[in-house]
Design a protein around this ligand. Structure first.
Ligand SMILES: [Zn+2]
Length: 139
């Protein structure tokens, strides 16, 4: 029923997903994801909703904050070990990317923030660890 997103005044929306802004110009440094307009599931690089198979997806911009869900150190074909991590973003979708820092220092549950949306070499998003304890800087 909501074809228009014109009524944006929704102060009670405490979730980070309530962003109605158009895609900004600095899209290089942001991850954009798709959200199903039918069931509101967030997903990344999908053509169909994995939940309801809906094809009406709209693009939203992630705030770039997430949590490491899984991290693997890869030695193959690289002079130095690097990690491949699955990052669960605050919006609820999962992105595969790299976390900067010592490969053995990345653990599940670590909080990370997007550093570069596209690694110039591999085209993957790159994250950096948020070392500081949780201070409620984002809610
Ligand atoms: Zn759906």
């Amino acid at each position: 029923m909501y074809h228009h997103s014109s009524h944006a005044s929704h102060p009670a929306a405490g979730s980070a997903a309530g962003v109605l802004d158009p895609v900004p110009a600095d899209s290089r440094d942001a991850i954009h994801f798709q959200r199903c307009t039918w069931c509101a599931t967030a997903m990344f690089h999908r053509l169909l909703c994995p939940v309801c198979q809906g094809s009406e997806l709209r693009t939203e911009r992630s705030e770039g904050v997430g949590t490491v869900r899984h991290s693997t150190v890869v030695h193959r074909n690289t002079p130095a070990a690097r990690n491949v991590s699955l990052i669960e973003m605050a919006e609820g979708f999962v992105v595969r990317g790299r976390v900067m820092g010592p490969p053995v220092g990345i653990h599940s549950g670590d909080r990370v923030r997007l550093s570069t949306a596209q690694d110039p070499v591999r085209g993957e998003p790159v994250f950096q660890l948020l070392d500081e304890p949780y201070r409620g800087a984002w809610t």
